[in-house]
Design a protein around this ligand. Sequence first.
Ligand SMILES: [Zn+2]
Length: 482
Amino acid sequence: MTQGHIADGTMRFLQTDTKTLLSGHYRCPDDLVEFAVARDLPPVPGYFQFGSGAVCFGQCHLRVCSTLPARNLSDAFMHTRAQGDTILLPFDPVQVVNNLRLERYSGIPAARSVPPWASNIVRNLYYTARPFMPVAIRKHLQSWYLRGWEKIPFPCWPVDMTVENILERLLILAMKSRNLERVPFIWFWPDGHQSCAMVTHDVETRAGLNFCPQLMDLNDSFGIKSSFQLVPEGRYALPPSVLEDIRQRGFEVNVHDLNHDGHLFDDHTEFLRRAERIKHYAQEFKASGFRSAVLYRNADWCDSLGFAYDMSIPNVAHLDPQRGGCCTVFPFFIGTTVELPVTATQDYSLFHVLKDHSTRLWQEQIDRIRAKHGLISFIVHPDYVIDPAPRKVYVELLAYLSKLRAMGKLCVALPGQIAEWWKVRSELALVNLEGSWRIIGKGSERARIAYAVRVNDHLVYEMDTVSGVTPVQILDEGHGCL
Ligand SMILES: [Zn+2]
């Protein structure tokens, strides 16, 4: 919060950086409106809501709940009001959105009901035995470990878009207070694409590594390029020719943890030691992206790894050993690192925890994220699609993505291309020159102006028709449309 006192009756307010939060996501003009937050917020954070579908966690002037599930959460949306050009809020959206994106919310049920010391012993035993453990035994252990996941009320399964819902409501409030029906912004994706998808492969074992050439053939047969995350130490030998082959075929190489022992984030000193090794391998692999083992993560340490982008935070982590989720389907920045959240269920969880050998769930997640124009991101392990049955499901996924791309509903790109675009977009500016909006900055030729239009207190997006670009365009065959 910044200084600047505003009084409204007996309540006092402080200015916040909410307009920067809003313009950071939408890349809209940042002089729309000021936001101010009630002073002297209660010190203890808790859950409340900001309209339906937007569960918030943070300090709030209203009654908050310490745990979920809770019925009748206080609704902060009903307690906002405008005073001149300023919207007065009973909570700080910057704090709440950070709490969600960086998973700083309490009451996340651990994926086990044992004390921490016992859990560490179990984890050590599990990761020591894991390489020798048949999948049949592993999946029984994991089902036990993850039991009760379907009763977790938050984040929302199978896709959580709370951050987007909060940002939309803030924009609506800003537009209403200025009596605006339309606000221009820089469209989320380049060349007017409606949404974006990426396919990534974490390579777990030697068998998985050996299968990579076939997997690349399969992906190529659908014109889909993907990324391969490789474990630098302790899993398999990685001769330079393997990395070169992946790159030469137009696929991407990233670093997958250090040795995949499940302990990267256990201790900060040890983490920093490992981070140096990981940075060394990033150079050796010529890799700009990172994903940790088993999606273990600590957003506060992420920047120390020095990657351009990270892919370790799931959108909703009910089926992962580390629960939580970043509650957004858009990339976001952690320091200078672009975070590309994992927004679809992993293949292993789909096949072995949910025991679902179809693309039904994946299609549902794709359709929900597309409706929000977000990023659809997949982890498919080469190791788990060697057998014909799961491979058939993966082929169905590729066919579905390929069909949507041919219909102009999405583009499919490499993680590095998506992260690069997100950085380029973040540095573009939307300016009004002699009465018309222009995007200026490096890369502006691929950016498109869109409008957020207020319709009955909801937002719809329209592309700028002056530039002659519409979001629905039939794309050519091929990959890497970013
Ligand atoms: Zn892995």
